[in-house]
Design a protein. Structure first.
Length: 250
C-alpha cells in the first residue's frame, strides 16, 4: 500500500497524478488539515508533524510513503528513514523528481512556494547542484487561502503582491513548488501569463518507476484527515478522486 501525506488537500493533486499511472495500487491519503498550513512552521514543528504523519500511514498498512508537501524538507524526511523503519526506496519526496525532470532545461525558471520551502533553500540548492539557475519567491498565506476556500480573487491578490517587482518577462516557466498551488492554476495564469509546471507529474512518474509492479493491489483509496472541511470533500469531486468516505483521525 502507498501512503501519501500533505498538510491538507494540496497533496490530492499528487494523488490524482499517481492514480492515473497506477490505477491498481492501494493508496491511503492523510491530509493534516488541523495543522494546516505547514508553510509558516519552523523546521522543528515540521519534523514532528512529518513523524506523526508517516507513523499514522504505517499504522494503516502503508509500506511506501510519498511526502506530498514541499514544506517538509526532503533532507529532514530522508533523515527519518531509519527511525521510521523505511527501507531504501520506500520514501519519495517532491524536490528530487522535480529538479531531475528539469535538468538541462533551457528555459529561464521562476519558482514559487511557501515561506518554509523558500527559507529552506532546498530547491535553490538542488537546482544549483545541476547547474541550473532558478529564482525562488515565497507567497505568504496562499496555501491557507487555497486550503480554506478564500476564492480566486484573494488567491490572485496574494500572487500579485508576492511577485510585485519581479520582471515576469525574464522567465519562461513558473514552477508551482507547493502542492496546493496547482489548485489555483487559473489565478497564476492570470497573474503571470507564464506556462505552469506542476511537480506532481514528475513525482508520479518517479512513483511509477520505483514502485511498479511492487505496489499492485485492488485499486482501493482511503482518505484520512485530522480535521474535516467542505473544501476537502469538494476537491475530491472536482479532481475525480471517487466517493470514498473521509475518515477523521483525532
Amino acid at each position: 500500500m502507498i501512503g501519501i501525506f500533505d498538510s491538507g488537500s494540496g497533496g490530492l493533486t499528487v494523488l490524482k497524478a499517481i492514480r492515473e499511472r497506477l490505477p491498481s495500487s492501494d493508496i491511503v491519503y492523510f491530509g493534516d488539515i488541523k495543522n494546516a498550513p505547514y508553510g509558516d512552521k519552523s523546521s522543528g514543528e515540521l519534523g514532528a508533524l512529518t513523524v506523526r504523519a508517516i507513523e499514522l500511514l504505517q499504522e494503516q498498512g502503508a509500506e511506501s510513503i510519498v511526502s506530498a508537501c514541499n514544506s517538509v524538507s526532503a533532507s529532514l524526511a530522508v533523515s527519518l528513514v531509519d527511525a521510521l523503519a523505511l527501507g531504501p526506496g520506500q520514501l519519495i519526496e517532491m524536490v528530487g523528481p522535480t529538479v531531475s525532470a528539469l535538468k538541462g532545461a533551457p528555459e529561464r525558471l521562476l519558482l514559487v512556494a511557501t515561506p518554509a520551502t523558500i527559507r529552506s533553500e532546498i530547491y535553490q540548492n538542488a537546482f544549483r547542484m545541476i547547474g541550473t539557475n532558478v529564482m525562488a519567491v515565497a507567497i505568504p498565506d496562499l496555501a491557507a487561502a487555497i486550503e480554506f476556500g478564500k476564492g480566486e480573487e484573494e488567491e490572485e491578490r496574494l500572487i500579485r503582491a508576492a511577485l510585485k517587482g519581479v520582471s515576469l518577462a525574464d522567465f519562461d516557466l513558473l514552477i508551482l513548488a507547493c502542492t496546493h498551488y496547482p489548485l489555483a492554476a487559473a489565478a497564476f495564469s492570470r497573474a503571470t501569463r507564464l506556462p505552469l509546471i506542476d511537480p506532481a507529474e514528475a513525482v508520479a512518474d518517479r512513483v511509477k518507476k520505483r514502485l511498479w509492479p511492487r505496489e499492485v493491489g485492488e485499486g482501493t483509496t482511503r482518505f484520512l484527515v485530522s480535521a474535516d472541511t467542505p473544501q476537502f470533500r469538494e476537491r475530491l469531486a472536482v479532481l475525480g478522486l471517487g466517493s470514498a468516505p473521509v475518515e477523521v483521525i483525532e
